[in-house]
Design a protein around this ligand. Structure first.
Ligand SMILES: Cc1ncc(COP(=O)(O)O)c(C=O)c1O
Length: 448
């Protein structure tokens, strides 16, 4: 905080900034690897790009030998730019277009299909790309299963509820048989994928979902082995267990840890780790959230009726979920002086507002903080994943600067600019103000 203030990284022109602790990312990544080191199964830990879709951050994971889970053409392009080899990339978008799929298959990116129609599409594309020997050229191809084990505490983040939009339902009538039939039909289908939810799901619920999918894999493989008719079908050789390790936003403790999660999984699904299946994980928040924070200038503070309102530059554009679902995504805040030292002095109750032009743009209400005033700084803790890295463009507010930092043994802090804030020219250009892009596509239709 003090180094950022001394270096003048928070200015009138850059009143909200994201920071990522690069050494802490390396530690989290090492802890994840260590937690799964007990298994003889090959494990690909794929960072979920959506949590921190910045190429320099992705590059840290690529350089550490990890994989990358992507869910859009943009994330795929970022992953490749960060240096992930295609075979370490896993494409999970829920609504992949044919061209998106074709490109993934051409590159050799692993794909998890969301539904049976997508499997048909992949089959057609594989034949088109490799008419003679489609099977030999297929990358790791899987089917996402919804084990329907129930929701966690945040419905919007729970993907294994009975009626979730994700994957094929395992427990609906005929669901299991339909999945087994798909493996009979497609010899290139070799993976099952499950992701129970993201934040708010207890470890036992996640483990129950993974257990259901493991048992399904066992059944598919046992039936294929026992029945000569099925010999030419696909077998499950790997299981992608998704991400979703919840993050503690209440204080600085990392809880639960990757090691605790691995222990729960080991107890619940021992067979998963005996080396018969390759494993893929897709953690995002647990590798990023606690390794970053947001710093914003307090522009004004005022009293309105019974409210003391601090008007800051951190609102829905960088803390979208917190603003719209405050009960599900509460953030810790701390007050600092403009020189980066913690504020001292009397405490009072604040509503902390952002810069967006709607009344609900509040990152906290009724929060006791040292009295905030113009020029002070507000720190939003644990925002290294899914906050400033995934900004919202409302009010044409710019994507803010993001700095990575490292602290050496003497306490010296070195900052690296990882993403420059948008300029006004860029905002105008992106809004159709770039004459070249605005006029390049005119089309006429006659309905007569
Ligand atoms: C398919 C898939 N995998 C992985 C993740 C990452 O989840 P988390 O950041 O909670 O680990 C998500 C998050 O939405 C997801 O949808």
């Amino acid at each position: 905080m003090r180094a950022a203030a001394v270096e003048g990284l928070i200015t009138e022109d850059s009143p909200v900034v994201g920071f990522i602790d690069l050494d802490a990312i390396a530690v989290s990544q090492a802890e994840l690897k260590q937690a799964f080191a007990f298994t003889s199964a090959p494990v690909l830990h794929a960072f979920a790009a959506k949590a921190a879709s910045l190429v320099p951050v992705l590059r840290l994971f690529a350089d550490a030998g990890m994989g990358c889970e992507v869910a859009s053409p943009g994330e795929l392009a970022q992953a490749l730019a960060a240096g992930f080899p295609p075979e370490r990339v896993v494409l999970d978008s829920p609504a992949k277009t044919p061209s998106e799929l074709r490109e993934a298959l051409r590159l050799g990116v692993a794909v998890n299909a969301d539904n049976f129609t997508e499997l048909e599409r992949i089959d057609r594309l594989l034949r088109e790309l490799h008419p003679l020997d489609a099977h030999d050229h297929a990358p790791a191809l899987g089917l996402r299963i919804n084990p329907q084990v129930g929701a966690g505490t945040i419905e919007a983040m729970s993907t294994a509820s009975a009626r979730s939009k994700f994957g094929v339902p395992l427990r609906d009538r005929g669901g299991r048989e339909a999945i087994i039939a798909a493996f009979d039909r497609y010899p290139w289908l070799t993976r099952l994928h499950v992701h129970v939810g993201s934040q708010g799901c207890p470890l036992e619920l996640i483990a129950a979902g993974i257990r259901s999918v493991y048992e399904l894999a066992e059944e598919i493989n046992a039936r294929a082995a026992a029945d000569p008719e099925r010999r030419r079908g696909g077998r499950v050789t790997s299981i992608d267990i998704g991400g979703g390790l919840p993050v503690n936003f209440d204080d600085d403790r990392v809880s639960p840890t990757f090691a605790e999660y691995a222990e729960v999984l080991r107890d619940a699904v021992p067979g998963l780790f005996d080396g018969r299946y390759g494993l893929v994980t897709e953690f995002g928040r647990s590798l990023s959230a606690k390794n970053g924070f947001t710093l914003a200038r307090v522009e004004y503070a005022k009293q309105v009726a019974d409210r003391r309102i601090a008007l800051t530059h951190a609102g829905a554009q960088v803390a979208t979920r917190t603003v719209f679902m405050p009960e599900s995504w509460p953030l810790r805040l701390s007050a600092y002086s403009s020189d980066g030292w913690p504020k001292l002095g009397p405490v009072c109750t604040h509503d902390v507002a952002g810069p967006c032009c709607f009344a609900g743009d509040l990152v906290a209400t009724g929060r006791d903080l040292e009295v905030l005033d113009t020029g002070d700084l507000i720190l939003l803790h644990d925002t290294g994943g899914y906050f400033f890295t995934a900004p919202w463009a409302y009010n044409s507010l710019p994507r803010p600067d993001v700095y990575g930092f490292r602290v050496d043994a003497d306490g010296n802090v070195r900052f690296t600019l990882m993403r420059r804030r948008q300029t006004l020219d860029e905002i105008v250009a992106e809004a159709g103000g770039d004459p070249a892009s605005a006029n390049s596509r005119t089309s006429e239709h006659s309905l007569g």
